[in-house]
Design a protein around this ligand. Structure first.
Ligand SMILES: NC(=O)c1ccc[n+]([C@@H]2O[C@H](COP(=O)([O-])OP(=O)(O)OC[C@H]3O[C@@H](n4cnc5c(N)ncnc54)[C@H](OP(=O)(O)O)[C@@H]3O)[C@@H](O)[C@H]2O)c1
Length: 243
């Protein structure tokens, strides 16, 4: 059985990713950071649907915690086929007011976290001579966004990481792609004030916000055999925001 890890698997988009990959026949490793109850609930839900699933925890920005997490996954399954680097945070402020700590933490979780997880996954995938790494970037990593210099830089960095990993790992049968969501309804965007939401909606050619399932469908495609010949690409799932 093929095994997929979703970091931040208990978040708004992460849950949809776990459900999609379970439905596609993967054993799903649900990674969570702080909410064990949510993770256990999701594992039970996936098990009830007949999928193999289990939860692991750790701060993706911590090298030792990521290494321990992979040791646990490999001990249990002896392989890892798909990794989705989905864990992410925002600490928004205009550059002039942005604290160094808020810049640093966002880069640490969103970009360094994906590097650490991908490095650990790549070791196993290279031995298997197969694997797929999928990074959840963002439309703002492609366009920039006032008030999100830290977040946009971390997501732009993910695009560079994606393309570099694609080049380094291709000869070993491992692909790496990114999905760049636009405005997706989750707790991350629920905090936006009404006027900001309305302005955002006006900037979306398809005239609606996206759902976690819209993102999951793209990830499911990139994780499956139909995407075997695709690597180093960024697939926007944003209703046309980035056109
Ligand atoms: N929502 C959008 O409109 C949108 C648009 C573009 C891109 N994205 C990206 O999509 C991904 C998922 O976003 P979301 O909207 O689903 O956000 P969310 O609901 O806030 O979920 C974020 C997840 O990341 C985990 N996480 C946070 N810090 C972590 C850390 N240090 N180590 C490990 N895990 C950590 C959280 O775990 P805990 O809750 O346990 O801390 C949570 O499961 C993010 O990378 C985000 O940047 C979202």
């Amino acid at each position: 059985m093929k095994v997929a890890l979703v970091t931040g698997g208990t978040g708004g988009i992460g849950r949809a990713l776990c459900r999609e990959l379970a439905q596609d026949g993967f054993a799903v490793v649900v990674h969570y950071n702080s909410d064990a109850t949510q993770a256990d609930g999701l594992v039970q839900e996936l098990n009830a649907r007949g999928a193999e699933a289990f939860a692991v925890t750790g701060d993706v920005a911590s090298e030792t915690e990521v290494e321990a997490m992979f040791a646990e996954i490999i001990r249990r399954f002896s392989r890892i086929d798909v990794v989705v680097n989905n864990a992410g945070i925002t600490r928004d402020a205009l550059v002039l007011r942005m604290k160094l700590a808020d810049w640093q933490r966002v880069i640490d979780v969103n970009l360094t976290g994906a590097f650490l997880v991908s490095r650990a996954a790549a070791k196993a995938m290279i031995k298997q001579r197969s694997g797929k790494i999928i990074n959840i970037a963002s439309v703002v990593g492609l366009c920039g966004n006032a008030g999100q210099a830290n977040y946009a830089s971390s997501k732009a960095g993910l695009v560079g990481l994606t393309k570099s990993l694609a080049k380094e790992l291709a000869s070993r049968g491992v692909t790496c792609n990114a999905v760049a969501p636009g405005f997706i309804e989750t707790s991350m965007t629920a905090v936006l004030p009404e006027d900001v939401r309305n302005e955002l909606l006006k900037s979306i050619p398809l005239r609606r916000s996206g759902t976690p399932e819209d993102v999951a469908a793209a990830v499911g495609f990139l994780a499956g055999p139909k995407a075997d010949y695709i690597t180093g690409q960024v697939l926007s799932v944003d209703g046309g925001m980035n056109i």
